[in-house]
Design a protein around this ligand. Structure first.
Ligand SMILES: CCCNc1ncnc2c1ncn2[C@@H]1O[C@H](/C=C/CNC(=O)c2cc(-c3ccc(F)cc3)cc(O)c2O)[C@@H](O)[C@H]1O
Ligand SMILES: [Mg+2]
Length: 214
């Protein structure tokens, strides 16, 4: 039967990227998605904004919601110090299988803990099961209608501390209006919009960076 898009993306990585070289993995995915087959990775333009926020926060613990093929997982992991931890949640087992191989090809397995399951089930288990006190950085890139409930769930579970940063992809396209309204108007956050474009296109999109004020 016909291969899936994530399988074709992984094949492009294994064909065009150097094993153990994360930048070549990122480049191979971006070239595949720009010239062969679009896929919903944060991409190169928004990826540079992601990189700058990761570097600025210099997080010890990161949570990513929605691994997909592991593109942003690799971008983030590459910027983390060796003792930092990146937990990424993915509930589609077929995507998780691909992401594990992309992360391995990039040589980032040590820093990445890919957990299969839904954020709604796993977020409440972060403290007890993964020994997480709080997340320094959360990258939201899963179903757009889950950004708000999951942000509130992380607050309720005490997973956000003073200064914790939420960085959300796609706040314009496809958009997450209820989340945007919440973080921009809640006294608990200081929010900032980084204007960019939908990955590999000229369509407007952007990232919203929201600092939890405690
Ligand atoms: C109820 C489940 C919520 N909790 C969840 N927990 C764990 N993983 C979850 C997840 N939701 C979704 N996922 C996973 O995240 C990924 C989903 C991402 C959704 N992203 C998008 O829809 C998206 C869509 C676009 C897009 C933009 C324009 C367009 F024309 C078409 C698509 C661009 C993007 O950058 C996107 O991120 C998948 O791997 C999915 O299996
Ligand atoms: Mg996205």
């Amino acid at each position: 039967t016909r291969s899936t898009r994530p399988q074709r993306l992984l094949a492009a990585v294994q064909k065009n990227a150097t094993r153990g070289d994360p930048r070549s993995v990122v480049k191979a995915i971006d070239e595949f998605c720009r010239y062969t087959e679009w896929a919903m990775n944060v991409g190169d333009e928004k990826g540079c904004i992601l990189d700058s926020v990761v570097s600025e926060v210099n997080p010890a613990t990161v949570l990513e919601l929605g691994t997909y093929c592991g593109y942003s997982t690799v971008r983030i992991a590459t910027l983390l110090p060796p003792d930092a931890k990146l937990i990424t949640l993915e509930f589609n087992p077929d995507f998780a299988v691909i992401a594990r191989q992309v992360i391995a090809w990039a040589g980032q397995e040590e820093k990445v803990h890919l957990v299969e399951g839904s954020s709604g089930d796993l977020i409440p288990k972060m403290k007890e099961q993964f020994g997480v006190k709080s997340f320094d950085l959360v990258f939201l890139d899963h179903w757009k209608d889950r950004y708000l409930p999951d942000a509130k769930l992380m607050e309720e579970c005490g997973l956000l501390g003073k200064g914790s940063v939420l960085l959300a992809d796609n706040v314009i396209c496809p958009g997450s209006p209820d989340y945007l309204d919440y973080v921009r108007n809640s006294p608990k956050y200081r929010s900032q919009y980084f204007k960019s474009h939908l990955e590999y296109t000229k369509v407007e999109d952007g990232l919203e960076k929201s600092v939890f004020l405690g």
